[in-house]
Design a binder for this molecule. Sequence first.
Ligand code: DGJ
Length: 729
Amino acid sequence: MGIVYEERQKIFQLNTPGSTYLIGLIDEERFIGHLYYGRRIDDLNMEYLKRSNDAVRFPSRCNGERLRFQDGFQAEYSTAGQGDYRESCLEVRTRSGHNACMLTYVSHSIYSGKPALEGLPATFGTEEDCTTLEIVCEDRVLQLQVRLLYTVFEKIDAIARSVRVINQAKEPVYLTRVLSACLDMDNENYDMITLDGVWAKERMITRRQIANGKQRISSNRGVSSHQANPFIAIADSNADQDFGRVYGMNFVYSGNFMAQAELTQFDMLRVTMGILPEGFCWKLESGASFTAPEAVLVFSAEGIGEMTRSYHDLYRNHLIRGKYCHAQRPVLINNWEATYFQFDTDKILSIARTAAALGIEMLVLDDGWFGRRDNDACALGDWYVNEEKLKGGLPYLVSEINRLGMKFGLWFEPEMVSPDSDLYRQHPDWAIRIPGREPVQCRNQLVLDLTRREVRDAVYGQIRAVLRSANIEYVKWDMNRYLSDLGSLGLEADRQGELSHRYMLAVYELQERLITEFPDILLENCSSGGGRYDPGMLYYSPQIWCSDDTDAIERLRIQEGTAMVYPLGTMGAHVSDCPCHSNGRMTPFDTRGYIALAGTFGYELDVTRIAEEERNKIPEQIRIYHKYNALIREGDYYRITSCQENHANDSFMVVSKDKEEALAVYIQVEARPRLRSVRIRLKGLEDRWQYAVGDGGRILSGAALMNAGILMDELWGDYQGKLIYLKKV
Ligand code: DGJ
């Protein structure tokens, strides 16, 4: 049992294989306090952590100093308005206009397994996999019940947290903030690591020393965003890939969020994560409940790398669903960078014929196949085939592609509408907008108000009809603008603050409908590249298009940041044309292949027009993909060097779970005349075992490979790469 309650001391002990999390009921008033999170401790006599001997006295002993107590209390779930001046997790507005709340313990239950979160993506597990603690607390004045849920996983150092708020009063109450997790720690000179970026440069690793006050990342764009990823890690200042304590927090949500570290007056750190409070206001009717999305905490005592591997294992086994989760994905060719909007059936078939002959397994038809969509100024919402471009429609095209032995996939952007579209002309009121105000367009499009059932049904009906019209085995679900002009005709005035969250619930509902009705379809999420690369989306699709920047060298950085949290098998990565359309860079075809191998692998170029020498390399690249994909997809990931840090080379490796084989990828980003070879120390191998290294015939022990390392000879020129395969002998 991963969770025990020590009745005498009133302490909950939550254990994963390598970590312990302690919650205590504090004072006679039974405040729910945070006592400890870190390396595993099995002691049960941890009452001293309640700090009852501190100078600040407990309220029941000294009512006159209640505020002083609240001001520094290490809370499991902080509340606003009664003396805790740090970031609060829960805040309300009552009918009379007040905001305060105060939670105390009522009861708890501990049970095997994990409850689903209605309408929300969340990790899951069987009764053998995990144990859940549900602490019921309440604000007696508001008659508001709050349930704090903690699930510990038996085999992974992860704890999933979520919160349910139930209004037991007769009156409605407005929830103005409901965060999902709070972690009150003593400050120990920590750093904060986040994944920040911009379109085409997503998830750049940022590390900063935590200073006094609040340091927050957030998104108010209606998507988790290119700019911020819903992930934060608190790490020892000297922690690196292999050493030091690291606390990760990842939000299983795809909309507005915040993640924050706040260093306070008593040298304490409060880390919080949840739905962004700004702009959020949820009217909770009498008897109704609100569920805040899940935050997943991972503790590692052995550096960032161990945290990464825990997230990968958790998401591969307890988040991603469907038959493709652990399966090799078909090698695809996507026509976007090959043709953009300029294609017809003949062009697509000519690409398909050449691709099929080279061993490519699926053709994905991207944007431009529907309505009058010849550019990005029109037709979103008109999900019927443009028969002028595609003569014979999809049934003909798909059957021809199937005849070549290839699968067929199709692009949609279901959440959007172009003002220049039949749909918009019929239903101008279906876009998100504020009455009397011209809504702001982006990429010539508006966002559909999916919070309205009739809008959702209409969009879904169109998509379903297309998917039923031909043998479509893959869908790319794109989303190419942020939300603005937040107004919904379907919501009353005092519910407009619910729009962004309701929008996400609607997207989740639509994707759930899609994967339930078409369980065999491989779904790839996308949002102008990687604008919605988060665990929420991974609950519906096993892969996400990582970035619109397909330049191999830029991808090194983007994929390094992404892989810090998300499994390699989820990263949409393609070999694209050169000069690269994102930045004009020329890179060798082989190197482009090595870098795309680290993800789902595919092509994004006109295979009929690239140089013959490059085309001839494709069958071998595909053979390599088939050879190594299971290892890359399911193995343990180790970061070795980072070109973000050293500007010279980049390397990582994947080791099979049984440690019998491994693959290291080495990219020389910048060639420098050098007299000495570069030493790369491998990781994750078994010390005593002997491994055959590459095809050079050298055999070395794991100890030698991990300590003395291997020596990389200089490769000639920038952007050269090498794969090194290791096999136990
Ligand atoms: C953005 C995506 O990231 C691209 O891959 C492509 O699908 C375009 N949208 C199409 O409009």
